[in-house]
Write a protein that binds this ligand. Structure first.
Ligand code: URA
Length: 209
């Protein structure tokens, strides 16, 4: 069974509270989501391997650590996942970015892929799938499935807020995919919104509604 990590850093929790606030406008919402994504990227990369190189300081030659050529990729699930990409790239500017778009078939209610473009060397990369809200888990589980179909071998899922229902669905479908969140909320309401949540992440990011 995969693990769920809740990033309880005070800065993440503080910013998440203002992201949740319905009085936070689009501009500030977008900035805060980017900042939290950056802070979460800092935490999620904690286990990146290091290697020693030699540098010359103004004083002497010394052996020091740098990140060991790990190939990373970020895969936002459209559209709300886009709001987390720039924050992650602030810290990992060389990461490649893939995109996955899904819609729910109104008859079968199954997620259908309408767009998928991943880095060509997807099987060699450590991928972080991002979506601010892990609600029913249907889209995230399907997106991860599509990534695996294209050869992805190492996937983490990073969300701002998760519902217990969504965590269960992803863990059952993908026991190899660890989940990283800033909060696990109470439940989904009758309309599929995470409660207390933050509302519709895509609408709040892009000012649509
Ligand atoms: N998607 C959202 O944007 N918000 C929710 O609460 C659930 C799914």
């Amino acid at each position: 069974m995969s693990k769920v990590y809740v990033f309880d850093h005070p800065l993440i929790q503080h910013k998440l509270t203002y992201i949740r606030d319905k009085n936070t406008g689009t501009k500030q919402f977008r900035e805060l989501v980017e900042e939290v994504a950056m802070l979460m990227a800092y935490e999620i990369t904690r286990d990146l391997p290091l290697e020693e190189i030699t540098v010359e300081t103004p004083i002497m030659e010394a052996k020091m650590n740098v990140i060991a050529g790990k190939k990373l990729g970020v895969v936002p699930i459209l559209r709300a996942g886009l709001g987390m990409v720039d924050g992650i790239l602030n810290l990992i500017p060389n990461a490649k970015v893939g995109h996955i778009g899904l819609y729910r078939d109104p008859e079968t209610l199954q997620p259908v892929e309408y767009y998928c473009k991943l880095p060509t060397d997807v099987e060699e990369r450590d991928l972080i799938a991002v979506d601010p809200m892990l609600a029913t888990g249907g889209s995230a589980a399907a997106a991860i499935g599509f990534m695996k179909q294209r050869g992805a071998k190492s996937i983490k899922l990073m969300c701002l807020i998760a519902a217990p229902e969504g965590i269960k669905v992803v863990q059952e479908a993908h026991p190899d995919v660890d989940i990283y969140v800033a909060a696990v909320d109470e439940c989904l309401n009758d309309h599929g919104y995470i409660t207390p949540g933050l509302g519709d992440a895509g609408d709040r990011l892009f000012g649509t509604k």
